[in-house]
Design a protein around this ligand. Structure first.
Ligand SMILES: *[C@@H]1O[C@H](CO)[C@@H](O)[C@H](O)[C@H]1NC(C)=O
Length: 336
């Protein structure tokens, strides 16, 4: 009995020893085996080397493309015509909001020079500060509208043409600024009159950049219609789609045309007539410059609307006024 017990114990001990030994050997083998791990890492290695190859290929491509790419993007730009945008503006609650919207559109347009003309006897600090931090190339002008031409409180906005003096001031600056420059009469440039409340597609500016004399296109949400536009047949403007007095020489909205700088310089007297009857302001400027036959239709033969004659609602100030009476009005030091 005792011998059998001893034998069994011995067997158990030997078994235990052997199992431990086998375990140790297995563990040692695992340590030494590299191919096992390599198998795991292979896809990773393959990915890394594939990416390395791709990187190299892309670097090669970039090196090859570099001598041709920058000339396309950088060297052509300075020679493309500058767009001079003339914008009349006047002090009101929404002024800074409108100018912000406009400036942020213009920031996306290459080779643009903004001529902002205040309807004011002096430059206002709001507009001066705004322009200085706008990041745009600009010229800040001002000229007040004579009192007899100004709209009175409560007058409908269409009663008298607005912004005529300011647009003329912009034209005066353009002509004077060019005068001293060499080759002024051959200078490439386009002049566009952009009111501060309209909405402009970036595509519009590339359409107008090639203007030779006067280019035209549709304007959306204007004149009580979905759009107004020149009607184009065989590439020529033959009449105008408008709901009101189509017999006007140029029944176009201010936002619906651009003029080449050359034409503006060559016709020193062309300007807006602030006394023109309602709807004739655009015609008063264009009449001496161009004929209908010469108009250059843009925006796919005037089939695309790229500018909208939007109107911003006048904010109500009832509560502000009520609080002011109690001496609790908003801080006037905060610019809005
Ligand atoms: C404009 O119309 C003319 C004449 O019909 C045509 O040759 C030309 O391709 C049109 N242009 C565009 C951009 O649709």
């Amino acid at each position: 009995m005792a011998t059998r017990m001893k034998l069994k114990l011995k067997t158990v001990f030997v078994l235990y020893f052997m199992v431990s030994l086998m375990g140790l050997i297995y563990a040692l083998m695992q340590l030494g085996q590299r191919c096992d791990c390599a198998e795991h890492d292979m896809p990773k290695d393959r990915t890394i080397s594939r990416l390395r190859g791709e990187l190299h290929r892309l670097q090669e491509q970039m090196r090859k493309a570099e001598p041709t790419k920058p000339p396309q993007k950088l060297a052509v730009k300075p020679s493309q015509p500058t767009i001079y945008v003339i914008t009349p503006t006047y002090t009101r609650f929404v002024q800074k909001a409108e100018l912000t919207r406009l400036a942020q559109t213009f920031l996306h347009v290459p080779q643009l020079h903004w001529i902002l003309v205040e309807d004011s006897p002096h430059k206002t600090p709001l507009v001066s500060g705004f322009l200085a931090s706008s990041g745009l190339a600009y010229t800040h002008l001002h000229t007040p509208t004579p009192r007899d031409r100004k709209l009175q409180e409560g007058d409908p906005s269409w009663l008298k043409p607005r912004g005529a003096e300011q647009r003329n001031e912009g034209l005066r600056w353009l002509r004077e600024d060019r005068r001293g420059q060499p080759g002024a009469d051959t200078q490439l440039g386009v002049v566009y009159f952009a009111d501060d409340d309209n909405t402009y597609s970036l595509k519009l500016f590339e359409e107008m950049r090639g203007t030779q004399r006067v280019s035209v296109w549709p304007v959306g949400l204007v004149g009580g219609m979905r759009y107004e536009r020149p009607v184009v047949e065989a590439g020529k403007v033959v009449r105008f789609h408008t709901g009101w007095r189509p017999s006007r020489p140029f029944p176009l909205d201010m936002a619906g045309f651009a003029v080449s700088l050359k034409l503006v310089i060559a016709n020193q007297d062309a300007c807006f007539d602030g006394d023109a009857p309602m709807g004739f302001l655009e015609s008063s400027f264009l009449q001496g410059l161009v004929t209908m036959d010469e108009l250059e239709p843009k925006a796919e033969n005037c089939t695309k609307v790229l500018v909208w004659h939007t109107r911003t609602e006048k904010p109500k100030m009832k509560r502000e006024e009520a609080l002011q009476k109690q001496g609790l009005g908003s801080d006037t030091a905060v610019e809005v």
